[in-house]
Design a protein. Sequence first.
Length: 211
Amino acid sequence: MNDRLQAHWQTVYSTKAATSVSWYQPEPTVSLALIAACDTHRDTPRSAAIIDIGGGASVLVDRLIDAGYRDLHVLDIADAGLAVTRARLGLQADAVEWIIADITTWQPPAARFDIWHDRAVLHFLTIPAQRAAYFGALRSALRPGGFAILGAFASDGPQNCSGLPVQRYDAPDFAEALGPDFTLSEERRDTHHTPGSAVQQFQWVRLQYQP
């Protein structure tokens, strides 16, 4: 695990309210819409295995539980962020698998997930080797026919976040990075308004894994 990055995010979540950080959103509207659009060919619509990468203190897992999803997993490099969500969920937290890991070194169970969701982790991976490790984990973790839902700063979005540089993306950048085994099913642009009233442009894609 990258100790420097882990310490950075531990400090952020330990010293700032979850509702004050720049990436906070009271409702993960785009994420929920893109997840709902996935046809994972499972026995029931809510049986999809979903992993949220960098979930931290996001309320996405709360909303997925409310929607009836039951095979939920949240990964973050900082336990402090996950602790916020576990405390908020109370007894419902026991129904979620919580994973403390650096996504660039994590070894996922093979073909375990139907949906890989990531809002604003990938864009922090500015070194090619980091991105290669990330996409390797994604490929290993997804079942054939599964979906990758990725949201990152767009080409006209911020160049830095939380004191760190970022790699910006447009829809073709995601497709090129993942290669021909992934088919672009949907793309969206989203304007995020931070708690400090700044405006951030996000690019979203939903791609299906068809090896």
